[in-house]
Design a protein around this ligand. Structure first.
Ligand code: NOJ
Length: 549
């Protein structure tokens, strides 16, 4: 029996969480950049979807070299987004609507503008200031080892010492503006304890934790062996990392059961079974099931990922955290709509090709599949994270002009990889308003003309839109309590393109094939179908229930 039963019920056992990329959600002050005032103004949209919580992408003061994942001050709010006062107001208004607030915790690295890092540069080699980061002497004029940055190029940058000579190198697994902390240094541990408390004390309900698998590096910083693939076993998934999560688990638990705080990890590991260690009962409460997100549109592949993730739950009782999209991956409509795949460019990122596959896209087909995938997701036990704009069925904006692109992935790979701007384009709210109602200023990324067709007001008026499907499906998931812990019982469908499983008296059917599927009468009647019909058409999903149940 999973140990779920031994702990009290938590909101994250079956929550629907709306992932909100602040910069691109809604702009309340006309500077072309989304902000917390915009979030407050549009809370009704999120509540209307039936969400239980909001995960805010980083909104701390940051030079935005990686759009907030380069933090200069962990105790404040980016002035473009508001102030601590606006933040407090957001927490209060969200709570008043029954929406919890999750922050993004970025512990692997800070910004090169963080006062600790500027002090480290000024203090010179061997100083306690440098010991908070990973500074090393080079091998002659070469970096200390051969590690590569996830975003392209080497993971080391050489500094100029205070006396003007070329000096040590510092490690950055992402951009050079994101120096990695040394998590073996107790000062770093103490600093982050304080960060967690600062936000918990302000009322936040938990954290999504960035790059959990990267915090601890090999003590000897050994060279990576490229023969083993681009996943560097010396920089990722080191066993000592778990100590940190145990510490944070205890810190969160110290707030008592009434606060019901969540730590959900971004953990990328090559073998999903490696997630088990992160989900031990005294570590992270949850980790995203990226395994499902990266699967192709094939019933067997999707089923395999669901089986693996539900097996995780059996090990330690941690409910799955399902997701099909986020701010780092191509939008679901685009991933599922690829009709002629193209080879991926070479990348330092072991998962880039899976997260951002390329090829010719049929957006109409992708839209049907994304709606079907939503029903699959919402029928599963665990919590579900829905990325903003997915509820509108937005496709990836693939044709952003190069000069508009801001993602360091684009710039550090010399444009070889297009990067992540295409899923971060500011949302369309009103078809015929300037910037489609995002705000009165020029949006920080250009919105294509075709966004008009996906605007919230347009979808509002169309009962067959993705927006209405989202609302109906989330409502039905709650009424039928589909997120609750419990088995996923696989049913025989007789077709390898169709998967079906039972949860209590509900049967979820996903048809990835090109012909309709006739469900046996014993599964009952259709209560919700992604294409609105009463059969399981090609590239659609439906929920069945026996009448009277
Ligand atoms: C993962 C985040 O989701 C991504 O957006 C960011 O660029 C990297 N971690 C580095 O913080």
């Amino acid at each position: 029996m999973p140990p779920t039963s031994s702990r009290p019920r938590s909101f994250w056992d079956d929550a629907v969480v709306y992932q909100l990329y602040v910069r691109s959600f809604a702009d309340s002050d006309g500077d072309g950049v989304g902000d917390l005032g915009g979030v407050i103004r549009r809370l009704g949209h999120i509540a209307g979807l039936g969400a239980d919580a909001i995960w805010l992408n980083p909104c701390y003061p940051s030079p935005q070299a990686d759009h907030g994942y380069d933090i200069a001050d962990y105790h404040g709010v980016n002035p473009d987004y508001g102030s601590l006062e606006t933040f407090d107001r957001l927490v209060a208004e969200a709570h008043a609507r029954g929406l919890r607030i999750l922050m993004d915790l970025v512990p692997n690295h800070c910004s090169d503008q963080h006062p600790w890092f500027t002090a480290a540069l000024a203090a010179g080699p061997g100083s306690p200031e440098r010991a908070r980061f990973v500074f090393r002497d080079g091998r002659g004029d070469e970096p200390p080892n051969n590690w590569q940055s996830v975003f392209g190029g080497p993971a080391w940058t050489r500094v100029t010492e205070p006396d003007g000579t070329p000096g040590q190198w510092y490690l950055h697994l992402f951009t050079r503006e994101q120096p990695d902390f040394d998590w073996r240094n107790p000062e770093v541990l103490a600093y982050f304890d304080d960060v967690l408390r600062f936000w918990f004390d302000r009322g936040v309900d938990g954290f999504r934790i960035d790059v959990c698998h990267g915090l601890i590096k090999d003590a000897a910083l050994r060279d990576w062996d490229p023969a083993g693939g681009s996943y560097n076993a010396y920089s990722w998934n080191r066993p000592e990392v778990h100590e940190i999560f145990r510490r944070w688990h205890a810190l969160a638990a110290g707030y008592g059961p009434d606060r019901d705080l969540l730590l959900v990890g971004e953990v990328w590991v090559p073998d999903p079974a490696d997630l088990d260690a992160y989900l031990r009962p005294d570590e992270l409460h949850q980790a995203f099931s990226f395994d499902l997100l990266v699967q192709p549109w094939e019933a067997a592949a999707l089923r395999g990922a669901i089986e693996r993730a539900t097996a995780r739950t059996q090990v330690h009782g941690a409910p799955a955290a399902w997701t099909l999209a986020n701010h780092d991956v191509h939008r679901a409509v685009t991933r599922y709509g690829i009709v002629r795949p193209e080879p991926a460019p070479e990348s330092n990122d072991a998962f880039a090709a899976l997260m951002r596959p390329r090829g010719e896209v049929d957006a109409e087909l992708g839209g049907r599949r994304a709606g079907a995938a939503l029903l699959l997701l919402l029928a599963l036990p665990g919590s579900v994270f829905l990325y903003q704009g997915e509820e509108l069925g937005l496709p990836e904006v693939q044709d952003l002009p190069d000069e508009a692109r801001q993602d360091p992935v684009f710039h550090r790979t010399g444009g070889l990889e297009k990067g992540r701007d295409g899923c971060r384009v500011p949302l369309p709210w009103t078809a015929d308003a300037p910037a489609f109602g995002f705000g009165t200023g020029k949006p920080w990324l250009p919105q294509p003309e075709w966004f008009a067709g996906y605007a919230v007001d347009v979808e509002e008026r169309d009962a067959s839109s993705m927006l209405h499907l989202y609302r109906r499906a989330v409502r039905a998931r709650k009424e039928l309590r589909l997120g609750r812990p419990g088995p996923v019982e696989w049913l025989t469908t007789g077709a390898d393109t169709v998967l079906a499983f039972r949860r209590g008296d509900l049967v979820c059917v996903l048809n990835t094939g090109s012909t309709r599927f006739a469900a046996p009468g014993s599964w009952g009647e259709v209560v919700l179908a992604s294409d609105g019909s009463d059969v399981v058409a090609a590239d659609s999903a439906a929920w069945f229930r026996t009448t009277g149940s």
